[in-house]
Design a protein around this ligand. Structure first.
Ligand SMILES: [Zn+2]
Length: 278
């Protein structure tokens, strides 16, 4: 998947917007428009980093997940890149650990994200990959990546005091998708996030009487379609198979390129003050 840099996104967006209004841009370079957009942004001081920890587990089943995370270096490299790209007002701790429940959290009081081995274990089980087989390291990364960005999204909403309208849970799902599509280009992690919602959606369909309509999160069925819509909308030709395989109904797909553009623009705009990478 093409990886878009932050500055190149701003360079192409105003051109697309003004082009849509029918204005002639023959005497303007796209890059000039991008730098005009960037010139008015006051950046924040970088006073913190993401700190990453993998806690050794007490339960034997989590040992292979812990060892894979600690040895493959994927999240260490990703965190290095995030620390280069983003300015933080203070440190944000991200800890992979045993929680005693299948979940992941952001704790505003401690400025800490917790990624539970139990959740990763469940997602790896969905992928059907056994510990000790060739694909295990990739499965551990794919099981973690969407949730990692979802929880980081909560941390950024809190730390940057971002103005979010609508439900924060939906907004940070969009953040995870936009980051994985546009900035950190990770198709496997992105599609894995979508399939994780699908597996939870199947469970929902089996327990229709107990659906948590009162919950903060959209139903997993909706999170599945929303994620599928953003993926398809980002590159309709590449992800045509989502329609063909029935993951995305035609009725929704029609508007997905515009939905993707809207979500992507919203997150790029919200993050512009805090972005220090290319
Ligand atoms: Zn959440």
């Amino acid at each position: 998947m093409a990886k878009l840099s932050f500055s190149s996104w701003f360079a192409h967006y105003p051109a697309r917007l003004l082009g849509g209004l029918g204005l002639s841009l023959a005497c303007w370079g796209w890059g000039e428009l991008g730098s005009i957009a960037a010139a008015h942004v006051v950046k924040i001081q970088d006073s913190g980093d993401i700190l990453l920890t993998y806690d050794p587990p007490a339960i034997a089943e989590h040992q292979a997940i812990y060892e894979s995370l600690a040895s493959n270096g994927f999240f260490d490299a990703l965190v290095d890149e995030l620390n280069t790209d983003l300015a933080f007002p203070q440190d944000i701790q991200i800890t992979f650990t045993e929680c005693g429940e299948v979940n992941a959290f952001y704790y505003p009081d401690y400025v800490e994200v917790t990624m539970c081995y139990e959740l990763l274990e469940q997602f790896i089980y969905i992928f059907g990959v056994e510990d000790g087989t060739d694909g295990f390291d990739d499965a551990v990364i794919d099981a973690s990546l969407f949730t990692f960005f979802h929880e980081l999204g909560h941390a950024l909403v809190h730390q940057y005091e971002l103005p979010i309208t609508g439900r924060e849970e939906d907004a940070v799902d969009d953040f995870a998708a936009v980051m994985l599509i546009d900035i950190y280009g990770d198709e496997a992690g992105l599609l894995s996030g979508m399939w994780q919602f699908e597996s939870e959606a199947i469970e929902e369909q089996e327990n229709l009487a107990d659906l948590p309509y009162w919950g903060e999160h959209s139903l997993s069925t909706q999170r599945f379609y929303n994620t599928a819509c953003l993926i398809y909308g980002s590159e309709p030709n590449t992800y045509e198979f989502l329609i063909e395989e029935g993951a995305l109904p035609e009725d929704r797909a029609e508007r997905c390129p515009a939905e993707y553009e809207q979500k992507s623009r919203a997150w790029f705009t919200l993050l512009e003050r805090f972005w220090q990478g290319e």
